[in-house]
Design a binder for this molecule. Structure first.
Ligand code: IPM
Ligand code: MG
Length: 358
């Protein structure tokens, strides 16, 4: 096959980790007989610097002309919250998610066998294994509701962010979660705050309807505060965790740390039509940018997700994951996952070793 891939390298360590992931793709192409056409797409702080806005006109169209999108990371202190919205990298990230219809964000958090020691939880807890899939709703809720800031007469300035969810939005993300659970350990934990929020009560009623329809899948409701606690108490209990946008943002960072490092975790954002967008869940780490210190594994594993979910090529995905596991098992570590005092390797060397194993 020939695949056309949009590359959004972005800011900070983005370009470095994307370059290694591209190298891995090419190695996979050689082994399995695929070719790639890469299209650079400008988005994020680098776009603000180049053309004055973080989401240049035509960005979504360029991506839509491709089979999939690979994104490094966007953001940095240079384009902070004091800047106008159209110059901020986060605005661009939300816009591309919305414009490509990427309502389902899959964030697997698994403790890789060679990394069991990196789990900060009790040894008995880590030994039970951690392998969960966070399914985060990505184009609705408080991230996209109406915002306002206005002067009041007696309370100074006041600000509001509206959280809204429709049955349709909840049902489509719910279906994704149940379908994924069927391919895994057949359990869905739906996370909400139904003891307080109306959006959560609607969320829960739609999920219950789906749970009846997918009666072969075990289902439970979990309140978000309890979920935060259970993730550090006994993460092995979770298979598929489905939740709304902001809860998912917070819980997926927590879940990632439980597996050792945010530098290892990939993500896939998908909708009903191509292209899907694949990116590491970590940020742009401006403090180590350009120093060959970043861990490229999360981006490389995002490429594995691309093969699995956008191209339905499980064999290629498995080959990438096996190569990563093999390199970790040999003891190679980038600084973020190295034991203190142990020699680590750089971004490029990690990429090269993974390519070699493919
Ligand atoms: C993420 C990030 C983004 C989000 C930010 C950068 C807007 O934290 O992908 O989790 O909140 O969705
Ligand atoms: Mg986040």
């Amino acid at each position: 096959m020939n695949y056309k891939i949009a590359l959004i390298k972005g800011d900070g360590i983005g370009p470095e980790v994307v370059n290694e992931a591209v190298g891995v793709m090419e190695a996979v192409g050689k082994k399995f007989g695929h070719t790639f056409e890469f299209v650079d797409v400008l988005l994020g702080g680098c776009a603000t610097d180049a053309v004055g806005k973080s989401y240049p006109d035509g960005t979504a169209e360029k991506c839509k002309a491709c089979d999939a999108v690979l994104l490094g990371a966007v953001g940095g202190p240079k384009w902070g919250s004091d800047k106008p919205a159209e110059q901020r990298p986060e605005t661009a990230l939300l816009a591309i998610r919305k414009d490509l219809g990427l309502y389902a964000n899959l964030r697997p958090a698994a403790l890789r066998p060679a990394m069991a020691d990196a789990c900060p939880l009790k040894k008995e807890t880590a030994e039970k294994g951690i392998d969960l899939m966070m399914v985060r709703e990505l184009t609705g809720g408080i991230y996209f509701g109406k915002r306002d800031k206005y002067q009041t007469e007696d309370r100074g300035l006041e600000a509001t962010d509206l959280m809204a969810y429709s049955e349709k939005e909840i049902e489509r993300i719910g279906r994704r979660a149940f379908e994924l659970a069927r391919l895994r350990r057949k359990k869905v934990s739906s996370v909400d705050k139904a003891n307080v929020l109306e959006t959560s009560r609607l969320w829960r009623s739609v999920m219950h309807r789906l749970a009846e329809e997918y009666s072969d899948v075990q289902y439970e409701d979990v309140l978000v505060d309890n979920c935060a606690m259970q993730l550090v108490r006994d993460p092995g209990q979770f298979d598929v965790v489905v939740t709304e946008n902001m809860f998912g943002d917070i819980l997926s960072d927590e879940a990632s740390m439980v597996t050792g490092s945010i530098g290892l975790l990939p993500s896939a954002s998908i909708g009903d039509t191509a292209p899907g967008l694949y990116e590491p869940i970590h940020g742009s780490a401006p403090d180590i940018a350009g120093q060959d210190k970043a861990n490229p594994i999360a981006t490389i594993l995002s490429v594995a997700m691309m093969f699995r979910y956008s191209f339905q090529r499980a064999e290629e995905a498995n080959a990438i994951e096996a190569a990563v596991d093999a390199v970790l098992a040999e003891g190679w570590r980038t600084p973020d996952i190295a034991e203190p005092g142990v020699k680590s390797i750089g971004t490029k060397e990690m990429g090269r070793l993974i390519r070699e194993h493919i």
